[in-house]
Every structure is written in C-alpha cells, then in structure tokens.
Design a protein around this ligand. Structure first.
Ligand SMILES: Cc1ncc(COP(=O)(O)O)c(C=O)c1O
Length: 411
C-alpha cells in the first residue's frame, strides 16, 4: 500500500489555493499543518447543531459529552493510551505550564531536573521556571551540531541522580528535524525515581506515538500539527495523573483526566481532533483504528523519506546554502533548517513567500537550538517543512527558488 497523494491533496481545500497567479506551496508544516475537509466539516457541524457546554440534561449538551469522549478515544488511539489518560487544553504550552506548576509544587531545594537544548521552549521554560520557584537545579542534555544535531542521550547517566525529579525531552526537533530515541532516557530517569515528559508535538504528524512502548509518564502534542485544529493534547499515565494534585480551581472535577482541563474546553475543536485522527487512520489499513494509524504512519514515513531524499540531494548541490541538521533522510523528519549566504533568513522566507512558497524563518521558539547553533543573533534559520500532502514537484520548486536566491545573494 502506498499513499495516493493526488487523492490526499484533493481532501485539503487550502492546497488548491493560488497566490499571485501560482499554486501555494505549503512548506510551512509542521509549523502547523493544513486540515482536510472532514475536520472542517466536523467542527462546523458541531457549531451548526448548537454545540453547548458539557454536563447538561439536554440533547445538545449530551452531544458535547459524546464529542469529548470520542476525542479522548481518538487521541488514546493515536498515542497508544487509554481514554482516561487523555486531557485537552488550549495548546501544548498551556498544558505543560499547568503540569509544571503542579509537579514543581512537589520539588524541594536540592532537587534537580533535566531539560534539553534540542527542545522547543514549550518543553524547556515551563520546567525551568518551576525549578526556579522550587529552588531546584536545572541540568542540560546537549545535542551535537557536528553530528547531525543528534541528542546526546548516552550522557543521561552523568546528569541524573537520586535527587532528579523530572526529565523533559522532545521526540523530534521542530527546528532541525532530529528524531530522538527517548526510551533509554526514560528508563534511566525511572531508575532514579524521576518522572518523564515527552514533547511529541513535532513528531506526531510524521510517526506513530506509542506511550506504552516508551513507558513515559507524560507526553504532549498539538492537533494543529496533525491536520486538526488548535488544541493541545496531553497524555498522563493514569497512576501519575491521579496521584498529583492538579493546579486548578475548586469547582473543577477532582478526578482524572478532567481535573487537568482548565475551564470550558473548545468543544468544536474536540470534534475536529477526533476527525483529524480518523483522517490519518483513513490512510492506513487494519482491523482497529490503532492498526490503521500504525499502517498510515508507516506509509507517511516511507513517502516523507522520499521527499527528504529529493530535498537533501538537491540542497547539497546549491552553493551558498547550508543545511543545519542530519544530512540523511532517516532519523529525521522532513523539516529542514537552512541558511543562504549573504541573505537574512527573514528575507529568504519573504522572497519565497512572494513566489507562493510558504516557509518560516527565525527560531520557531526553539530558543536553545538557535543559541547552540550560534545563529540566535543573526535571525535564526529558514525552516522548510514537508508533510505527507506535499509533492516532489514542490520540493523541486523550492530548490529552484533557493538556487536563484543563493545566486543573487552571492553577486
Ligand atoms: C516541538 C514543539 N513543541 C511545542 C510546541 C508548542 O506547541 P503549542 O503551540 O501547542 O503550544 C511546538 C509548536 O510549534 C513545537 O513545534
């Protein structure tokens, strides 16, 4: 089974958009991904039916309860978890700040935590400020810029001890695309009694999340990165969710997972979250939705690696363009950080944008990554990110445009 990319593209209204007389090339994923019609339809349908708040004794409120339940079931399938281990929130950052505040309240001076230099700030700073408030020490797991921005997970034993309370790390870098293997880190953290928090925001549109295989205590993602709406999704191992006091108001439920959800949820988004998971599942085969998701992610991985090979092959031949990160299609997502000699990253993104090619520039909140790469003060990098709905023609198009820009910059 292989992906039918033209049929996939026909499901995404945004992909037929024209900009300045040419087709828009959305190479901005996953700074965010586009949504298929089924997601848009589910969200509009919820609103049209008169979506109410939850918990009321009338039809539209009962429908809202059902929407919440089906979104939890969908994310449980996406993560390989149980529905009672899934909570939703405004976005990954808000959920992580909320969990960090709750966990930080259990830390003491002399404790320590570990964060990484490869992570988005959403999985760095919530922990750093919680540690600061508790008087705990922050230790840093580094990556190697000279080795494809590989996270040096083998050094974890030198960073942790019996006072380590938490290890937070990413499953994949939203800046340079490195995929990590969190399993040895999670095992090492558990061996000293620390909890683990994995950021799967960037990884989730590219590969199968499997919290059971990882054995992590927490994992967070964001539906707008996997073809859904702007909603954060949190997994917490049920024993941990139950045991930790959530930082919440009195009126909120005391039971998990509800106690981790602050205020009224964006229920129309939850309708879209379930539809997004169903969309991914529709690309695969199998008896259960989890099987279909696994099969879909396998196909997405194969196809995206072909895009990566094409892009990496082409970029290597453009003088004046530098790739930051892994120079091979495996072990990475199809998200590439580059610079063009003599041209500010923002100017590169703007010039591509003028040609209908949507890419990002700057730090994309990967603050530590940019400092470590020495580009924090020079505008960061240009990020070109493919998703499974992008095509080889789009890869060639951006390579052609970069060739033109690099040539112009060198004159
Ligand atoms: C790897 C990674 N982690 C965390 C976040 C933050 O997610 P959110 O925007 O849902 O807070 C992002 C957003 O770009 C990201 O790419």
């Amino acid at each position: 089974m292989t992906l039918d990319v033209p049929a996939i593209r026909s499901q995404f209204p945004a992909l037929s958009r024209m900009v300045g007389g040419q087709p828009a090339a959305y190479l901005d994923g996953p700074g965010g991904t586009q949504a298929p019609e089924s997601v848009i339809h589910a969200m509009a349908g919820f609103m049209r039916a008169g979506g109410s708040n939850h918990g009321g004794p009338f039809a539209s409120s009962r429908e809202t309860d059902a929407v919440t339940e089906s979104a939890r079931e969908a994310i449980a399938d996406l993560f390989g978890a149980s529905p009672n281990e899934i909570a939703f929130g405004q976005n990954m950052t808000s959920l992580t700040l909320s969990v960090s505040r709750a966990l930080g309240a259990t830390w003491d001076p002399g404790d320590n935590i570990v964060v990484t230099r490869l992570d988005h700030d959403g999985n760095v700073w919530p922990w750093v400020i919680a540690a600061r408030d508790a008087g705990a020490e922050v230790r840093w797991l580094d990556f190697d810029p000279d080795d494809g921005c590989r996270l040096e997970t083998e050094t974890i034993d030198t960073l942790i001890d019996e006072r380590t309370r938490l290890v937070a790390m990413t499953r994949a870098s939203n800046a340079v695309g490195t995929i990590t293997d969190p399993k040895p880190v999670i095992d090492a953290a558990h061996a000293v009694g620390a909890l683990t928090y994995i950021d799967a925001v960037h990884y989730s549109p590219h590969g199968l999340v499997d919290v059971a295989a990882l054995g992590t205590d927490f994992l967070a993602a964001s539906a707008y990165k996997f073809f859904g709406p702007h909603t954060g999704c949190l997994y917490g191992r049920s024993e941990v969710l139950d045991a930790v006091d959530a930082y919440k108001i009195r009126a909120a439920p005391d039971t998990s997972p509800d106690k981790w959800e602050t205020g009224t949820q964006s229920f129309e988004s939850l309708a879209g979250v379930a539809a997004a998971v169903d969309y991914i599942a529709s690309l695969g085969e199998g008896d259960t939705r989890r099987d279909q998701l696994r099969s879909a992610m396998d196909q997405i991985g194969v196809y995206e690696r072909s895009l990566s090979e094409r892009f990496l092959g082409g970029i290597a031949d453009i003088p004046g363009v530098t790739l930051y990160g892994r120079n091979a299609a495996d072990g990475r997502t199809p998200t590439f950080a580059i610079s063009v000699d003599g041209t500010h990253p923002h100017a590169v993104a703007e010039a591509l944008g003028d040609q209908g090619i949507f890419v990002w520039s700057g730090d994309y909140y990967a603050v530590e990554v940019m400092s470590r790469l020495g580009v924090a003060d020079t505008g960061g990098l240009v990020r070109i990110g493919f998703a499974h709905y992008n095509t080889a023609e789009e890869a060639d198009r951006v390579l052609g445009s970069l060739t033109g820009l690099a040539g112009a910059g060198s004159t």
